[in-house]
Design a protein around this ligand. Sequence first.
Ligand code: NAP
Ligand code: ZN
Ligand code: ZN
Length: 346
Amino acid sequence: MKTRGYVAHAPRTELVPFEFERRELRAHDVAFDVLYAGICHSDIHQAREEWGPSLFPMVPGHEIIGVVTALGAQASRFEVGERIGVGVFVDSCRSCEHCRNGLPQYCTAGMTPTYNGHERDGSTIAFGGYCTEFVVDEDFAVHVSESLDPAGAAPLLCAGITLYSPLRHWRAGPGKKVGIIGLGGLGHMGVKFAHAMGADVTVFSHSPQKEADALALGADHFIVTSKDASWAEAVERYDLIINATSADIDLNPYLRLLDLDGTLVIVGLSGVPVQIHQSLLLEARRSIGGSQIGGMTELQEMMDFCAQHDITSQVEVVSADYINQAWGRTVASDVKYRFVIDAATF
Ligand code: NAP
Ligand code: ZN
Ligand code: ZN
C-alpha cells in the first residue's frame, strides 16, 4: 500500500517528504487513513540518537488517530468508518508472562515499537505515524470515541497513557498530593488526569509563563523551579511526584519533598543517568520507580475515561512542512502543549 509521509534518513538530519510501501493486509490486520499524528519528544530523542543508536530510515510518530478503511479476512474488532488509535507499540511476543497478563509494554522479549525497530520477522522496518496510511494488527489498536476531538485525542496514545498508568498504579485520588515535574506534552496530561482523579495537584516548572495555563488545566499549585532554589525548602509533603521532563534535571530536591513512603516516578527519559543522595531515600522510606506507557487494556480504559470526562490534549495543529520547526520549538519548551500533524497535509 503506497503511503506518503516524512522521514529522517540519518541521525540529526531534517525530516523530508518520503514515499514508502505498507504491508498488504494480513488476516488480523486493520488498515486506516491517518487523521492526525502527535509529535512526542521521544520522536526527537530517537531521531537524534539521544538514547543510543537508532534505525534509519525513520518515519517517526506513535500518537496516531485515523479512520478504518479495510479489514483483514479474520479481523473482527473494528468496523470500516470507525475511529481508531495506535500508540507506542504494534506487537509483542504475546506469550511471555507479562504479555499474558496484559502488560505487553513490559514484554520480556521486547515489544515491537511503532517505529525505530523491526517487525517480529526481525527484518521489516516498522514505520510510524507521520504519514497518510497505517496497517496494524487489530489487537494493537484501540477504539476512539467520536465525541473526542480527533486532533486532541492523538496525544492520548502516548502522552496520555504514560501519565494515566502511573497515576492509577500509585493510586492518585482524593486526599493524595501529587506533583508533576514539567508542563509539556506528558506533564499537561498528568495534570488533567490527576485533577480528574481527585488529587491535589502541583506543577513544578522551569517556565514561569506557564502558571496561568497550569491552573486552567486543573493544577491547584504552581511552583517555579528556575528562579532560585528556595522552592526546594518547602515543607510540603507529597505522596507521589512524577518526573515528566525531557531534560537531565537534579531529582534530589524532589525526593526531599516526598512524604514517608512517598514515591518519585520517572517517565521522562533524557537518556542521562541520574545521581541520587541515598540518605533522601532512607530517611523517609521513599522509593523511586519508573513507568513505561501502558498496556492495551489500560489504553482502552484511558480512552473511555477520556470520553467520560471529556479529556483531550491541548494541541497546536500544524502541517507536515512545519515538522522541523515544531521539533525545534518542542525542544525549547515552546508548545501549548502538544504539536499534532494534520495528515491531510502530507
Ligand atoms: P515535552 O513536551 O518537550 O515536555 C518536556 C518538558 O520538560 C518541557 O515542557 C519543560 O517543562 C520541561 N523541560 C524541558 N527542558 C527543561 C530543562 N532544561 N530544565 C527543566 N525542565 C525542562 O516532552 P514530552 O513529549 O512530554 O516527553 C517528556 C519526556 O518523557 C521525554 O524525555 C520523552 O522521551 C519521555 N517519554 C517517556 C515515555 C514513557 O513511556 N515513560 C513516553 C513518552 C515520552 P516546563 O517548561 O514546565 O519546565
Ligand atoms: Zn511518545
Ligand atoms: Zn511478551
